[in-house]
Design a protein around this ligand. Structure first.
Ligand code: TUI
Length: 308
């Protein structure tokens, strides 16, 4: 299936993998790339030299294009932004902020820049400063989220900008893909489905928690601090939300969650750790290879959209 996004990125299928902290390492990025989508290394809060190593390892596993997600809350984002240029990375996506200050450097180096946005205003600003496309991410997504749903955000962003729009948040199968196309998107970005990919280094406990999640199993923590994070309900979210309701300070709650995503993804502590996943987790029932996932989604979407 060809869209402006497949043309822009030189990929076979208009499916982009989310740049998820800890989960999106070079194994997953290369597997998605080899399956014909756009794989991403999630730089998250990793030290810059670790990101460089990740890029080098991905290059060993794939000749296909892959990208890096630069998480803008990372205090090292300036260095990560430079490293992607030095390493010749073809595509950058950004999250959790406004990447305006890196735009000139990236564009000059020929990097394709795709900011993740949660509002029409930021989408328009990103187009103005030279973004090649935007990911419009609804609050169904896991992790750091905005306020609008995918169903409402995507068509409004599509109407507001000329550049291609990629839909994210709540997309987990061919039906979600087809729906996103109906809203005017030219690709989808999926995170939650890829957390359970066979190639993902996600701890088996994390995968099992996603696989057994039901539709209403996620909670949003940190909303009162303007830092909403969607994650699957557990002991940690219950404690966090109780303390948040009782007026605990941002610092106290930060301490509670320090290192908690790593705890869940890498150590498999899905009780005290942060199990970031989107609302579509309830739909995801099996661990598959990235190739199997992408083929299944494209087949189902093709039938629904009457294109193959
Ligand atoms: O970035 C994400 N999702 C993320 S980042 C992340 S890392 C993290 N880990 C632990 C604690 C806190 C963060 C986990 N999940 N998605 C893309 C996204 N970007 N969603 C929403 C936004 C966004 C929100 C506000 C982008 C820009 C923005 O405003 C920028 C501005 O300056 O107006």
């Amino acid at each position: 299936m060809n869209t402006r996004v497949t043309d822009l990125l030189g990929i076979e299928y208009p499916i982009i993998q989310g740049g998820m902290a800890w989960v999106a390492d070079y194994h997953l990025a290369a597997a998605v790339a080899n399956a014909g989508g756009l794989g991403l290394i999630g730089a998250a809060s990793a030290p810059p030299e670790v990101v460089r190593e990740q890029i080098k390892e991905a290059k060993k596993l794939t000749d296909k294009p892959f990208g890096v997600n630069v998480m803008l809350l990372n205090p090292n984002a300036d260095d990560v932004a430079k490293i992607v240029v030095e390493e010749g990375v073809k595509v950058v996506t950004t999250g959790a902020g406004n990447p305006g200050k890196y735009m000139a450097m990236w564009k000059e180096a020929g990097v394709k820049v795709i900011p993740v946005v949660a509002s029409v205003a930021l989408a328009k600003m990103m187009e103005r400063v030279g973004a090649d496309a935007v990911v419009a991410e609804g609050m169904e997504s896991g992790g750091h989220i905005g306020a609008a749903t995918t169903m409402t955000l995507v068509p409004q962003v599509v109407d507001a900008v000329e550049i291609p729009v990629i839909a994210a948040g709540g997309v987990g199968d061919g039906r979600g893909f087809a729906a996103a196309m109906m809203l005017g998107a030219e690709a989808v970005q999926m995170g939650t489905r890829f957390t359970v990919a066979k190639e993902a280094i996600t701890h088996v406990n994390f995968k099992e928690r996603v696989l057994k999640a039901k539709d209403i199993d996620s909670e949003i923590t940190g909303a009162s601090f303007g830092h909403p994070i969607r994650q699957i309900r557990n002991k940690m979210t219950r404690e966090y939300l109780k303390m948040e309701k009782e007026g605990a300070s941002f610092e106290e709650l930060e301490y509670l969650t320090l290192g908690s995503l790593r705890k869940a993804v890498m150590d498999g502590d899905v009780v005290n750790g942060t199990v970031m996943a989107g609302q579509i987790a309830g739909l995801i029932k099996k661990e598959q290879t990235c190739e199997e996932m992408i083929q299944e989604i494209m087949k189902e979407a093709g039938e629904l959209l009457h294109i193959n």
